[in-house]
Ligand binder design. Structure first.
Ligand code: MSP
Length: 511
């Protein structure tokens, strides 16, 4: 089975922060989960490099726009590397294959009469690169970011988006899972209340963009250019077969503020190009910091490099997806991150691993023994495991990562309780054959929990497997292994460093 997941393309006029890392980490979790199920995954990310914002930033830096964006790419790729992002392709909107394919689509739409010349009157929000009508403004300001807008009147080419209103409404009607989470569907439908307007898709006053193939005085509006990346990148190496087999995308992930572009403009453009709409678009919530929007002007930007440096990539990844529901807003605090590390990762999961490995060493020469006789206490644990697998997959399938993780932790708690209730130290004292049962059940619990956690904490999962003696398992995390009972006795365990260190905060000195 094929599965295509994407992040939005990131703007290249400022460093990336926690918010950007969030979308990408979530997409990585989806990609890893789907690979675990045996899917042939294409995971796409990249950068949005054209438009007035980039042109302005380059001018301010005394550089040519291309030179300016080229300098930013290594840093972005480095961030994805430290965050363990397993993307299959990194698309840049300045890439040749992208520009050529966008121009071909523009030409096709023009030839079909879906693009026409007119005059654009309206309001433009520079930071959002969005055009607005009088009606859409909120108290005269940009409805998305609340900043000032500028009046604009100029010759422009328009995309006949209004023509696709019926087809779009049919799409929303027929595919109830097109807009995710479902709670966002109404918001998208509201957009149709005024009737869909045609979209201005070119600017003559701007140089930094893809020139229209039929009028080179104009460059393409950034969103028209950028949205098409999801399709052009599939053929980045000229492989049209990949493009044909992976399209339509299974899911585009993005923040809620750009849902309209993905749920309305994008399918309309695809319909005009004779292509099907993606199967779903998922709009996640926003992270604030101490209740405030994150921004340079607030001086409260959370730097993901710093978070990785201080707490490790896996803890950061886990926190972002565990702390708040993916579709809801969340408030970031280091105190909450530390609490999750200490309680969940070091306390419950890490501790279960460590105490179990110590028992293997102490009671069975660091070998996982074949299972001995089992009883009701084991049935309770295996039922908890089976429930966990069922809940986990159903929640992962609808992007409820926090619930998927919660179900794994319920199981981990059950396994820790099993240690306490079965009292292996007493079984050892009495030479009870049930000791082998307890050790085998614990090995299986840790194997299973680690398989399920691997999409979230890939490096730590590898470490845990190595300590459990399953070094090869990381590459075979197929769905077959993501169920209770795949345990193989006879493995030699190798206790190593503690998986997650507790974070001890220095007390703040009184003034
Ligand atoms: N370039 C456009 C997308 C074009 S896609 C064809 C864009 N870029 S962006 O860099 O501004 O944002 C990229 C992603 O980062 C979006 O999904 C956005 O929601 C996410 N975030 C940026 N700040 C955020 C938070 N504070 N919290 C959560 N995510 C937010 O939009």
């Amino acid at each position: 089975m094929k599965f295509f997941v994407s992040t939005p393309l990131y703007y290249t006029n400022a460093p990336l922060h926690l918010g950007h890392a969030y979308t990408t980490i979530a997409a990585d979790v989806v990609a890893r989960y789907k690979r675990m199920q045996g899917c042939d995954v294409f995971f796409l990310t990249g950068t949005d490099e054209h438009g007035s914002k980039v042109e302005k930033a380059a001018t301010a830096a005394g550089m040519e726009p291309k030179e300016f964006v080229d300098e930013l790419i290594p840093d972005i790729k480095e961030l994805w590397k430290v965050l363990e992002i397993s993307y299959d392709h990194f698309v840049r909107t300045t890439d040749d294959y992208h520009e050529r394919q966008v121009q071909a689509v523009l030409q096709k739409l023009y030839d079909n009469g879906d693009i026409y010349k007119g005059t654009y009157h309206g309001w433009y929000c520079l930071p959002c690169e969005s055009f607005w009508t009088d009606l859409q403004l909120v108290e005269g300001k940009c409805p998305d970011c609340g900043r000032a807008v500028a009046k604009q009147s100029e010759e422009s080419y328009f995309f006949k988006m209004s023509k696709y209103q019926g087809q779009l409404l049919k799409l929303f009607e027929e595919n109830k899972d097109f807009v995710l989470p479902h709670s966002k569907r109404e918001e998208v439908l509201n957009f149709f209340k005024e009737g869909l307007k045609d979209l201005s898709i070119s600017r003559a006053s701007l140089k930094w963009g893809i020139p229209l193939p039929f009028d080179s005085k104009h460059v393409t509006y950034v969103w028209f250019d950028a949205l098409f990346n999801y399709w052009t990148a599939l053929a980045h190496d000229g492989d049209k077969k990949r493009q044909a087999t992976f399209w339509p995308a299974d899911v585009h992930l993005m923040g809620k503020e750009i849902l309209r572009f993905h749920a309305v403009y994008w399918p309309a453009m695809l319909f005009a190009a004779g292509l099907p709409a993606p199967k779903s678009v998922y709009a996640h919530g926003w992270w604030t910091v101490e209740g405030k929007k994150m921004g340079k002007s607030w001086g409260n930007i959370v730097d993901p490099f710093e978070m990785v440096e201080n707490y490790g990539a896996d803890s950061f990844r886990y926190f972002l997806l565990r702390e708040t529901p993916f579709g809801a807003d969340g408030d970031f605090s280091e105190a909450a991150l530390i609490q999750r590390i200490n309680n969940d990762l070091a306390g419950e999961y890490g501790n279960l691993l460590n105490r179990t490995l110590v028992m293997f060493e102490r009671y069975s020469n660091a070998f996982i023994p074949p299972c001995g006789p089992s009883g009701e206490i084991e049935n309770v644990l295996s039922r908890a495991a089976e429930k966990c697998v069922t809940v986990y997959s159903s929640k992962m399938d609808c992007y409820e990562f926090h619930h998927a993780l919660e179900s794994v932790w319920e199981f981990i708690k059950e396994a820790n309780k099993y240690v306490n209730d079965s009292e292996p130290w007493n079984l050892a004292k009495n030479n009870d054959p049930r000791l082998a049962t307890v050790l085998a059940y614990l090995a299986e619990s840790l194997r299973l929990a680690t398989v399920l956690l691997a999409p979230f904490i890939p490096a730590k999962a590898d470490e845990a497997w190595a300590q459990l003696g399953y070094a090869g398992l990381a590459t075979q995390q197929k769905s077959a292994d993501a169920k209770w009972g795949c345990f193989k006795p006879g493995t030699k365990t190798k206790r190593g460093n503690v998986l997650f260190q507790r974070v001890i905060l220095e007390p703040i000195a009184p003034n």
